[in-house]
Design a binder for this molecule. Structure first.
Ligand SMILES: Nc1ncnc2c1ncn2[C@@H]1O[C@H](COP(=O)(O)OP(=O)(O)O)[C@@H](O)[C@H]1O
Ligand SMILES: CC(C)(COP(=O)(O)O)[C@@H](O)C(=O)NCCC(=O)O
Ligand SMILES: [K+]
Length: 259
């Protein structure tokens, strides 16, 4: 089996995740806020340190945030490694059943590819990031799309921005279900609203799929929202990086078959 070496970089709308894979194993990973761009590049170099004896190991990059990633791509070229963008240079190895013109976020496809590579069975993948995505992969490894809704912090921010009286609130677990203050009421609405959306969508996707899928969660808010909740089978913080690793591994295996 191929054991890939790579620096995996995934640019989201809030943060960028970086992971160094040595012999197919994630040995270093880090997450950075996009706004602190110069510090991000320093930290990317730190994260790449385990690959110093693997000068041939490429950077494999994905993005759902072109403004951030176009500048970052130029800077990553400075590492002196080959740089591949998923979908442009390397196809994400996951089947798709979508509208012909559909534009799907690379993070959604990578999560699906990463999950199916390990699970080999039908799964619903929940990515609790800036936006929340809830997607269906069937038992044959085909991505069917799913649902997109505002992420938890985005819900809170939009309440603050579009009302006169609601305050700025940072996401945390509500301490009461029936909120006895404005802040607790906002936290309860968002926390149980997000969980309720996931429950409803998982049940509907299970109906559509004709089987009950595994539920896998990732993203910056997954732990806060889903920890110790039996509806979610696994929380996998590095799922998008796993998708980048399988993308390179499959491309290397195909290259070997062809030569
Ligand atoms: N240090 C942090 N900075 C920003 N957001 C954070 C931080 N730690 C946790 N979060 C949470 O992570 C969410 C973003 O998730 P993430 O997976 O990083 O998003 P994206 O993939 O869209 O960039 C935010 O809504 C926030 O609630
Ligand atoms: C849905 C998303 C905004 C999620 O981004 P994220 O919250 O992970 O930063 C992103 O995957 C995206 O821009 N997708 C393009 C449209 C689509 O997937 O259908
Ligand atoms: K997301």
């Amino acid at each position: 089996m191929t054991r890939a070496n790579l620096l995996a970089v995934s640019v989201g709308n809030t943060r960028t995740r970086v992971g160094a894979y040595v012999d197919g194993k994630l040995v270093e990973s880090a997450t950075f806020i996009n706004e602190r761009h110069t510090r991000v590049m320093d930290s990317v170099k730190d994260a790449a340190r385990p690959l110093r004896d693997h000068a041939e190991a490429p950077v494999v990059m994905s993005s759902v945030n072109p403004a951030v990633s176009s500048q970052m791509e130029t800077e990553l070229q400075g590492l002196g490694r080959p740089l591949y963008r998923v979908e442009r240079d390397l196809p994400i190895p996951i089947g798709r059943q979508l509208d012909p013109e559909a534009l799907v976020g690379e993070d959604r496809l990578l999560n699906a590819a990463g999950a199916f590579d390990v699970l080999k069975q039908a799964a619903v993948i929940v990515d609790a990031g800036t936006a929340m995505t809830v997607d269906l992969v069937d038992g044959a490894g085909t991505f069917h799309g799913g649902a997109i809704l505002p992420g938890a912090q985005l819900m809170l921010d939009s309440l603050t921005q579009r009302t006169a009286l609601l305050p700025e609130v940072e996401l945390s677990r509500p301490t009461e279900t029936v909120g006895h203050s404005t802040v607790e009421a906002m936290l309860s609405g968002v926390y149980y609203g997000q969980r309720g959306a996931v429950r409803e969508l998982v049940e509907r996707f299970a109906d559509a799929a004709g089987q009950y899928p595994l539920v896998v969660a990732t993203g910056g808010d997954a732990d806060l929202l889903f920890r110790e909740w039996d509806l979610v089978d696994r929380i996998v913080p590095d799922l998008t990086l796993m998708g980048l690793e399988v993308t390179l591994r499959v491309a290397l295996e195909r290259g070997r078959e062809e030569s």
